[in-house]
Design a protein around this ligand. Sequence first.
Ligand SMILES: [Zn+2]
Length: 328
Amino acid sequence: MNKHKHHAHIDYKKRLLIFIQTDISDEDLRLLCKKVIDFQKNFIPTEDMRDFELMYSHLLGEPSEIRTPEYVIAPYFRIDKNTETYELNKRSILLTHELLTDEDPPLCACFAFSKSFLNSNPNIEKKILEDFSFINNYIIWISNSNTKVESVKNLNRIKNIVRILSNEGRNKVINLYGDYFSLLLSKVGLTGVNSGFGTSTKKIAKLSRGGGGGTTIRIYSPHIYNSLHKEEFKRLIDIYSESICDCDKCIEIKNGLKPNSHNFLDNYFELLNSNNNYEEHFILCRKKEKEFVEQNNLDFLISDLDSKGEKYEKHPNASHLQNWKDDL
Ligand SMILES: [Zn+2]
């Protein structure tokens, strides 16, 4: 029974999961679409979300007062091996399209692919364009994908999905996975990424502050575009002393420390892991990366990956640099 059940995500902070059968009747699916449309149109940002935006407004800019949804996202279902789940998404998108009026925000289709589906359906992006010629906004989400460990072949697949869905700039394509590789995809048609702040800050920051001795701290290194465990980060600094972060937050932290003390890195980690320092460090790094990608052409960005790939060749968490370069 379970294999016929698939879940819909209606996501903002609280994730709503609905289990339905792929053979759900049109009548029931229409009712679900209607409720999802109403939920999104009437959604009011909570105080928590506003507090979060105000906390980081010195980095991200003032939040706007009035919020209306930019799109209505049709209910979507994880697309796994069988094409039945693709067909269910198709029905959901068509029904949502039917229910929307000219006064409503434009429709956005979200596709949550499994990797196995993508591998067995090499032309799905072309089919999507044919099936939904009335849609100009897409969100893609490839489950269990981590571009740091994907093969060049899989990276290529992601790049082609973006390139084809963007339809030479006619469509907006947003990736729900927002690492540096996704920023690079803006050069082949990606219009937006999600870095997770405000929705899953702690998870993205990859910091565990839990007590009880089992604390794992991972720190984002803008030099290799990857988050590293403390020991790995130390190893990076040992070999390349300049590879410590130079964002405004890290400069502020480092200025408060004795430069050559033997526990300099431990103290740096500890301070980075207190208050909202890590979040600020991450936002500043991501902002800088975004500007870097905007200001340079693809050839330059590829040569940057190439030289970083060579430089950090010996580091165990930097092999993705070469793969990204080979894909682009
Ligand atoms: Zn920093």
